[in-house]
Design a protein around this ligand. Structure first.
Ligand SMILES: [Zn+2]
Length: 653
């Protein structure tokens, strides 16, 4: 499988990926008989005729964009034609239910939702919603990148007539909803024209801090979830569940100046009455939904999309609260009023009061059923893997395409509920202290008589369509004998079949990325935070100090007692940093007289250094900062911190 190579690779905390050398491995395989049979099962069980769904996905169509969105340096960020192959009947290599969903998400363009409300879809993974205010556009959400947001706004103004931005609303704290804010309107224009920038309580802290601590690992794993480096093809990336493509461009943020801090709160926004509802701690730590009563419209942010959502993304995150999520759905039903259109910030809208209520109720019950049945089985003594193989939704929920697992997956969500209440340990002492994967793999291979034997057994399983078992065997073979090429190739072929069968785009992308990396290795270049620096400037300095502490090389720091005063010359803050018991501590306090050194520099320079866009050594030699005390001790201090490149292997060792 060919890799798409991105030259100017960027990193929004959750989303990152990077260029690498030309692929060397085998080609993608065709769908095997067992895969075809599995996929046919979906055709039998579900009504996969896309016609009815396409009525909604195409409704209100005004214009379709074409061509490409490029970065300032000419790097390709988004190609509107990349998914042109998603058309017609499902190929053998794509789960037909996912294919149907991918057809809906392929409807990119500018759409009229209802009088005075428009949406821009397919410019990025999320949507921009525009509401006609008295003096200009009320812009709801801003996509991931400045480039995609600017392209979407230009497209709207071209087709609807140019109007200024009169307000910005951020529905929640995930980067695909605010990262492009500076492509919608500049911070200076917001200040000059006193424009409202509206968000819910906690938005700014959550938005700017979400991935600072484990951003490197989440970024690396998100490449699997979003299939970033996969070819866009019937044997590659066809969708992400929430939309087509994440635009890995320049990420920024606007600081909100109107905070929604009540459970429900009315607000006149440029002559349009909004009723906001705070729904924190379900899909995102800070999130709000809203009604626009005069337009009979209800905006569900991302709590409600045209797919079952993640209780735990495969990229990794804190587990989300299924019960709270279900409760918010019930509240949404109560808040709906006489809404005639529902729209979210992903996928496409739904029209008709009854259909909307039905849609919300089924979403509510998908989460509630998942939660309740998992808890029932936990109390019956079942473990996560057993529960995942047991729980299935009732037919009334299964048959509802709008809540099937295209982004989240039931089997993964069940494990998330288990983890939420019980943790990762299943209670069986055999799993209390198992060997690390490579150690047990080596011993299993010894027992089997070597990797060749494992591959032979796995081939027999593969031929019978027992891909999960083949994958388990081959994972041992690859980890236990990393140089064994036939094991790697057969595992790649196995992951491909699992990818072709997967209904969830996130699972498909994970399997196919696994196959790709077995053949071509992990990416050569990892996280580059330079693209998110405008967002990081707004991150509280404490988050960076926590991340810095978590980058301290513990063994190297053992026995070292160093104290550094950090003085931010522009903000006037002073933090005392000290190492004690191989742990880095920090507190906001007056400079300590007994510190080994005092480092004085502007906050931006410190953040560049922490974000890895400026090397500590360069910073320490620059004119921008002053050192008091021992420069040698300061260098010794900074030498104790790791910088993870974010290229770690996942399917190989
Ligand atoms: Zn989103």
């Amino acid at each position: 499988m060919k890799s798409v190579i991105f030259a100017g690779c960027v990193a929004a905390a959750l989303l990152v990926g990077c260029g690498r050398e030309a692929p060397v491995g085998g080609a993608a395989g065709d769908a095997q008989p067992a895969t075809l049979a599995w996929n046919q099962g979906f055709t039998k069980e579900l009504d996969l005729d896309p016609a009815a769904g396409l009525v909604d996905a195409k409704r209100g169509f005004i214009a379709r964009p074409g061509g490409k969105i490029l970065a300032g340096d000419g790097t390709l960020l988004h190609d509107f034609d990349a998914y042109a192959f998603v058309d017609g009947k499902a190929p053998a290599t794509v789960n037909p239910s996912l294919w149907r969903h991918a057809l809906m998400n392929a409807q990119a363009g500018l759409f009229k939702v209802t009088d005075g409300i428009y949406q821009l879809r397919g410019f990025d993974i999320a949507n921009i919603t525009l509401v006609e205010g008295k003096t200009g556009w009320i812009v709801i959400d801003a996509l991931t990148a400045r480039e995609s947001a600017a392209a979407a706004m230009a497209f709207a103004n071209q087709h609807l007539g140019a109007r200024p931005v009169s307000a910005v609303i951020f529905t929640h704290s995930h980067v695909d909803h605010f990262g492009g804010a500076l492509g919608v309107v500049s911070a200076s224009e917001v200040a000059r024209r006193k424009l409202p920038v509206i968000a819910s309580q906690g938005f700014m802290e959550e938005a700017t801090s979400e991935n600072v601590l484990v951003g490197t690992a989440m970024a690396r794993r998100s490449m699997y979830q979003f299939g970033k480096n996969l070819e866009r093809s019937a044997k590659g990336n066809v969708d992400t569940g929430l939309g087509k493509n994440v635009v890995y461009g320049t990420v920024g943020i606007l600081v909100p100046n109107v905070i929604i801090d009540q459970p429900s709160q009315e607000l006149d926004v440029d002559g349009v009455r909004f009723v906001f509802h705070n729904v924190p701690g379900a899909e995102a730590p800070a999130e709000m939904t809203f009604a626009i009563p005069a337009k009979k419209a209800y905006g569900g942010a991302e709590n409600l999309s045209q797919t079952m959502h993640n209780l735990l993304p495969v990229r990794g995150a804190k587990v989300r609260d299924a019960l709270r999520w279900a409760n918010y759905m019930q509240q949404a039903l109560d808040q709906l009023g006489d809404a005639e259109v529902y729209f979210g910030q992903h996928n496409w809208p739904i029209w008709g009061r009854e259909r909307i209520a039905d849609f919300i109720a089924r979403h509510r019950d998908v989460y509630k059923y998942t939660h309740d049945q998992t808890v029932r089985l936990i109390n019956a003594g079942k473990t996560p893997r057993e529960i995942a193989d047991t729980v299935n939704l009732p037919r009334s929920l299964r048959e509802h395409a709008g809540a099937r697992g295209y982004y989240g997956a039931l089997r993964h969500n069940v494990k998330a509920v288990y983890q939420f209440y019980m943790g990762a340990y299943d209670g069986n002492p055999a799993n209390l202290d198992p060997l690390p994967p490579q150690e047990s793999a080596r011993r299993y291979l010894e027992l089997l008589g070597g990797a060749d034997k494992a591959v032979a057994a796995a081939q027999a399983a593969f031929d019978k369509g027992e891909y999960r078992w083949a994958a388990e065997l081959l994972n041992h073979a690859v980890f236990g004998d990393p140089a064994h090429q036939p094991a790697r190739e057969l595992l790649a072929r196995t992951y491909e079949q699992l990818g072709y069968m997967a209904e969830a785009a996130t699972w498909r992308n994970s399997y196919l990325t696994g196959a790709d990396e077995l053949r071509n290795g992990p990416p050569k270049k990892g996280v580059d935070r330079s693209a998110v620096i405008e967002m990081l400037y707004h991150t509280p300095i404490e988050r960076f100090l926590e991340a810095m502490a978590a980058a301290l090389d513990g063994p190297a720091a053992e026995g070292k007692n160093l104290k550094v005063n950090l003085v931010l010359s522009d903000t006037g803050e002073t933090h005392v940093l000290w190492i004690e018991n191989a742990v880095l501590h920090h507190k906001r306090a007056a400079a300590a007289a007994d510190a080994n050194a005092t480092l004085t520099l502007p906050k931006e320079t410190f953040i560049k250094m922490m974000a890895g866009t400026a090397r500590a050594k360069d910073t320490l030699l620059s004119e921008e900062f002053k050192v008091g005390g021992s420069r040698v001790d300061l260098v010794r201090f900074f030498a104790l911190f790791d910088k993870a490149p974010g290229t770690f292997p996942i399917v190989t060792r």
